[in-house]
Design a protein around this ligand. Structure first.
Ligand code: ADP
Length: 586
């Protein structure tokens, strides 16, 4: 319960900018509800008064009640319209702000803190979980305020007529508006959280199935995947049936309270009319007023039942928002780099506290303007060097200096200003070639973009496309070949124009011919920059590098120029298959 209040208070805090809107919405909604109650009460009085007057052959002034009825009808319709306009506008603006707020907090968590989350789970959080939060504002916050205002007004009006009626109705309004919502909150709690989690799991399975459709068909596993989807859907449906039954019970009990209140009022009012304490037309007036007043609390039990789902969604959102980024933000200005050097001394990194060291006391000197290569088998720790250098992952021991200053004294985003990365898995967004290039330099003009494309040797290809730079590259760039995608990545790095360049297996997965063309583009990119070239293809190194480091299990086991290492007869000299590649590239 206390935890619920904390979550709700936090949701309230997030909506601070919209409190005025919410208050206005609650006011308009109260006017609407009270207008409806008054409409029924006055209509009840009017019909009975007319009947009584007709029977007695008297004339009564019907202009005032008729005008009141019209006024209340207009207030009810107009109030509902305006209230919806105000509360929905405020809530949807708030939700779009929350989505941006969530994304901004998510970004610093990537990739270290997010690696355990599935992409589709993050999508569920940013999309459906945040959508679910509308419930807290539209169905709980505003209706609770309306309930409080309307119940206070109704109880006051009734107490003017008769305190017993007022007391009876107030108690039943409290049962329907407070006790029932609390019971429903309790009953819906477990399912709410469960439904949110299972819906996210279903979404994850669906995304996986769509992405892996080819594999599923090749291995004949589509049937099994379909069964799993069906299983999850069935479980969600079953739980939703349970929730629907609960809603039925809650709606029924509110109706029951309303009927009890009306009958109780009638019974008391009949005795009052007989004793002359109440005018006969006031009897249907009070009965209808009481019946209508339950409209003010009617939506609350259902709203509270669904609160379990809303809070579960809110907790999932807050869990990520509260996660500490692995790389702490730096609030002081970054130092000015003295040059474009990068030095690692005794650097140790492991991905989890108990795991093996991925970098185990690494020393690396990349002097300004030089090109150093790191070679080694898969899993040696080559890509880990890139991750620590660009502040994607925190290293536990040792020191890294960038441009003569401690890497940790720079703001992470400033580090990434100084370093460009070209890797085998550069992500291309499902948008145009132009937009994919602009990511590297949002303000770049057309001339700069064409120049970068020319240097990356992709300009002719782009110019030859019917839509040129406006061509859509498809999901993750599927409409481009591996070589074209790699050249787009090179053009991006050129546009970024950072002094330090990290090339992480830049020609991986390319056929020899394409590799040669991409290497030509890379040579142009490397000109005038400090470069760390990571590869396990020795053919790529030929004539390009000043020094070669051989990395194994996170440590440098050999270092020197190509000829020194060959003469040394160590590990490097025995990478026979790589030597074949070198010969071929000559
Ligand atoms: P390389 O680039 O030389 O193939 P990596 O630097 O990618 O090697 O990986 C070095 C070691 O760290 C490997 O044992 C790998 O399994 C592990 N590793 C890499 N990335 C992660 C990660 N995100 N989480 C846990 N372990 C990782």
């Amino acid at each position: 319960m206390r935890d619920d209040l904390k979550v709700f208070a936090r949701l309230l805090g997030l909506s601070r900018r919209y409190w005025g809107w919410m208050a206005l919405g609650a006011l308009l909604s109260s006017v609407t509800v009270l207008a409806n109650i008054s409409l029924l009460a006055v209509a009840g009085w009017f019909l009975a008064a007319m009947a009584v007057a007709g029977a007695a052959g008297l004339l009564i002034n019907y202009f005032l009640p008729a005008a009141l009825i019209r006024l209340f009808a207009i207030l009810r319709a107009g109030g509902r319209y305006l209230e919806r306009l105000v509360t929905h506008e405020a809530t949807f603006r708030l939700l779009s702000e929350l989505r941006v707020w969530f994304y901004e907090r998510l970004e610093p968590l990537a990739p270290a803190r997010l690696q355990l989350y599935r992409g589709s789970d993050l999508l569920s959080r940013i999309q459906s979980d945040i959508d679910t939060l509308h419930h807290a504002y539209l169905r709980v916050l505003v209706p609770v305020l309306v309930g409080v205002i309307a119940v206070a007004v109704v109880a006051t009006v009734l107490s003017v007529y008769n305190s017993r009626i007022a007391l009876l109705v107030l108690s039943l309004l409290l049962v329907a508006g407070v006790a029932m919502p609390l019971i429903m909150r309790h009953a819906g709690d477990r399912s709410g959280a469960w439904v949110v989690e299972t819906r996210a799991a279903l979404r994850a399975t669906l995304v996986d199935s769509v992405q892996g459709m080819g594999e599923l068909r090749v291995y004949g596993a589509a049937q099994r995947q379909a069964q799993q989807i069906e299983h999850l859907t069935r479980r969600i449906n079953a739980e939703q049936m349970r929730l629907s039954r609960l809603s039925g019970v809650s709606e029924g009990s509110v109706a029951l309270c309303a009927s009890f209140a009306m009958w109780g009022t009638l019974l008391i009012a009949i005795t009052l009319v007989s004793s002359g304490a109440l005018q006969p037309p006031e009897l249907p007036m009070l009965a209808l007023l009481v019946l209508a007043s339950f409209e003010a609390v009617g939506p609350l039990p259902l709203a509270f039942q669904k609160l379990g789902e809303t809070f579960a969604a809110a907790r999932r959102v807050f869990e990520l928002v509260d996660a500490q980024p692995q790389i702490a933000a730096v609030h002081t200005p970054s130092p000015r780099p003295l040059d474009s050097s990068l030095t690692l001394r005794g650097v140790r990194l492991r991905y989890d506290n108990q795991g093996p060291w991925a970098l185990d006391g690494l020393d690396l000197d990349l002097a300004a303007g030089k090109c150093v290569a790191v070679v080694g088998p898969t899993g040696a720790g080559k890509s880990s060097i890139v991750r620590v250098a660009i502040r994607f992952w925190e290293y536990q021991e040792g020191e890294i200096r960038l441009g003569g200053h401690d890497l940790r004294s720079y703001r992470p985003e400033d580090v990434r200003e100084l370093i460009a990365v070209v890797s085998q898995d550069t992500h291309l967004f499902n948008t145009t070639i132009l937009e994919n290039l602009r990511i590297a330099a949002p303000g770049a003009d057309e001339e700069a973009i064409i120049r970068a494309a020319q240097t990356a040797q992709i300009q002719d290809f782009i110019a030859g496309l019917p839509q040129g730079y406006g061509t859509y590259v498809g999901e993750a760039g599927v409409r481009l070949s591996a070589g074209q995608a790699r050249r787009i990545a090179i053009a991006r790095a050129l546009l970024k124009d950072a002094p330090i360049l990290l090339l992480d297996e830049p020609t991986e997965n390319l056929d020899p011919q394409t590799e040669q063309a991409v290497l030509e583009a890379i040579d142009r990119l490397m000109a005038g920059r400090t470069v760390l070239l990571i590869t396990h293809k020795l053919g790529v190194l030929h004539n390009r590098v000043d020094e070669i480091l051989v990395l194994e299990r996170g440590r440098i086991v050999e270092r020197g120029t190509h000829s020194e290492l060959m003469r040394g007869g160590g590990r490097y000299a025995h990478y026979q298959d790589y030597l074949v590649e070198i010969r071929e590239s000559r």
